[in-house]
Each structure stands twice: as C-alpha cells, then as structure tokens.
Design a protein around this ligand. Structure first.
Ligand SMILES: Nc1ncnc2c1ncn2[C@@H]1O[C@H](COP(=O)(O)OP(=O)(O)OP(=O)(O)O)[C@@H](O)[C@H]1O
Ligand SMILES: [Mg+2]
Length: 234
C-alpha cells in the first residue's frame, strides 16, 4: 500500500564498496515529488556512484531503493519506465546523428520528431536541429543533452554536473530551466552558486559518508561542510 509519506524516491542505507574502497557508506535520502535535491561533496565523495546506483549501473552491497513506496530494482535500459531520465557528466552524443535524431533516440521509444523539436525549443537550441553535434559549441551541446533527457517528460530528472564548462550566462539559463522544470530534480554539481540558488534541500557526502542534509542556508553555515571542503583543498 502506498501512502502520502512514501511518495518520491527513497534511498535506504545504501552502501557500495569497490574492493577495499567504501564509495558509499550507509547513505539514506528522500527525494519528494517536485523537489530539487542537490548532492554535493569534494571530488571522489561518491556523488556519481550514488547516481549510478539509482540508474542500476552499480549494484549496492547493501541497502534498498523505493519509488512511491515500491521497491525499485533499477536497470539502465528500463529507467524510462519509472519516469527517470539522466544526463551524463560531460556530453555524450552520437556523432553520426543530427541533433534532432540524437534527441529522438534519447529514450527507448523513439520520440516523434515534433516532440524532439519541442524539447530542443525548450532548451533554446532548435535552430541546430539539422546540424551534427560536433559542429556545435560546447554549451549548446550541453543544452542538447538536457533536451535529450527532457523529451521523455521524466518525473525525475537526474543531472550530473550540468554546469561543468559553462559560463555565467549559460549557468543562469540552466538555473531557470531547473527551477521551471516542473519535475523532481536530483542535481550533482560543484558550482555552489547554482546549487544554492535552485535546491530545496542538499545532501553533502564526504568520502562516501553523508555528513549533512539541509536547506541551502543550513548547508552554507554548517561547519562540518566547510571542513570537508577545506580538507579537500589542502
Ligand atoms: N567502477 C569503479 N571501480 C572502482 N572505484 C570506483 C568506481 N567508480 C568510482 N570509484 C571510486 O569511488 C569513489 C567515488 O567516486 P565518484 O565518481 O562517485 O565520486 P564523485 O563524488 O562523483 O567525484 P567527482 O566530483 O570527481 O565527479 C572514488 O574514490 C572513485 O575513484
Ligand atoms: Mg562525479
């Protein structure tokens, strides 16, 4: 039975080991419907690994995932069935396909050209529909990557470092897109201004351990968080 309190994506005590390395150490998180939840932490903290667990690329040694109260055993090729879409760290487009075709094949059921075009429009890159990705500036390719995730109209949009390599104007545009996405968003990002401006709640990982969970204001003033980042910079 499903109740209001179990709506959303839940991670329950997720632990991942790679050999002797504890990449995720008993991580629990609730991502309620419609919320923007950030995952931050120094390099190697386990952020991408957490995404990979949710997508089924990495199987945790222990722990469980539930979606709206039901167990989720994720498989990468079946994510769309659960309404989950992700963008990759960097850009990963097929060079032999046009921008429009890349967006069409962004989901299992090939999207109609009109749907793909609408997603490109929403991301401000419809003018490139007939071009090949390699001919686009990096920032525009990142937008195509977003269009590719959005075309499936996901309930949960997972973004892994969407601001990487973007200038301030592009990051401003991205912030608006995330705020107006109308879906649940899970955001891994190093760009603190972006994280602080769009997230409702932020989980901080350090060496795989959850060290803080709170609103941007709480995270900004949490001494443990500052310590983790200072340690990483030293
Ligand atoms: N497939 C793997 N096999 C072995 N070790 C791995 C694997 N994937 C990740 N790791 C290790 O697990 C730890 C967490 O890596 P992860 O990529 O999740 O960090 P991250 O927080 O995303 O870092 P970054 O900010 O640099 O992207 C790192 O020490 C990494 O080297
Ligand atoms: Mg990463």
């Amino acid at each position: 039975m499903s109740t209001h309190d179990d709506q959303g994506l839940f991670l329950h005590h997720i632990t991942v080991r790679f050999g002797g390395l504890l990449a995720l150490d008993d991580v629990s998180l609730r991502v309620p419907p419609g919320r923007v939840v950030g995952i931050i932490g120094p390099n190697g903290a386990g952020k991408t690994t957490l995404f990979n667990v949710i997508c089924g690329f990495v199987a945790p040694q222990s722990g469980a995932i539930t979606l709206d109260g039901r167990p989720l055993r994720p498989r990468p090729h079946r994510l769309h069935r659960h309404g989950i879409a992700r963008t990759l760290q960097g850009v990963g487009q097929f060079g032999g396909l046009t921008v429009l075709e890349n967006v069409q094949v962004g989901q299992r059921r090939k999207a109609k050209a009109e749907e793909a075009y609408a997603a490109l429009e929403r991301c401000g890159v419809a003018e490139y529909a007939g071009a090949y990705p390699a001919s686009l500036p990096y920032a525009k390719r990142k937008r195509v990557e977003l269009a590719r995730a959005l075309v499936a109209r996901p309930r949960i949009l997972m973004l892994d470092e969407p601001a990487g390599g973007l200038d301030a104007d592009e990051i401003g545009w991205l912030a608006d897109l995330i705020r107006d996405a109308g879906t649940t968003v899970l955001l891994v990002e190093h760009h603190m201004d972006l994280v602080m401006s769009v997230c409702d709640e932020i989980l901080v990982l350090d060496f795989g351990k959850p060290i803080a969970l709170g609103t941007p204001g709480e995270i900004r003033t949490n001494p443990k968080v500052a310590e983790a980042y200072l340690g990483a910079a030293a």
